[in-house]
Design a binder for this molecule. Structure first.
Ligand code: ZN
Length: 149
């Protein structure tokens, strides 16, 4: 189990240092800012979506390793997903990072399940969920920026 935890930790550090999809998209159909004042994580998400289905997602900004890793993995995961599917995935992800367990977590969340360790650090849950709140708000067309406060 320790080895597994170490592997997970390395994946988080890797995504935190070398985030995927970390760029601006000039052709984005949805742009949304998200801010976690508790930690200082601050991102702008760029989505290309058609009929509620995300065709691509990317982001720019700064934050701690957990928030960046979560945003990086989310940007990979949501490609070709509908808003409803993303909301369902977020429900599962939220359960995992708040409760620390979820039935069939790997099956339901894939790589995202490695962030489950965050449940041991309640103050970091907002770091892990900021990207999700931001992407869902973007798809909902909310006017306001997202703040976890
Ligand atoms: Zn953070």
């Amino acid at each position: 189990m320790n080895e597994l935890r170490e592997l997970y930790q390395q994946m988080i550090i890797d995504h935190g240092k070398n985030p995927r999809h970390f760029h601006v998209d000039e052709n984005a159909t949805h742009i949304k800012d998200g801010f976690n004042p508790l930690c200082g994580d601050k991102f702008r998400f760029y989505l290309q979506a058609k009929n509620d289905v995300v065709e691509s997602a990317c982001f720019k900004g700064e934050g701690c390793a957990i928030s960046i890793a979560s945003a990086s993995m989310l940007s990979e995961a949501v490609k070709d997903m509908s808003k409803g599917e993303i909301e369902k995935l977020f429900n599962d992800f939220h359960d995992l990072v708040t409760k620390g367990e979820l039935d069939d977590a790997e099956e339901k969340l894939g790589k995202l399940s490695i962030l489950g360790g965050v449940a041991e650090f309640p103050s970091r849950v907002k770091c892990a969920t900021l990207a999700w709140h931001t992407v869902i708000a973007a798809l909902n067309g909310d006017e306001k920026s997202v703040s976890t406060e």
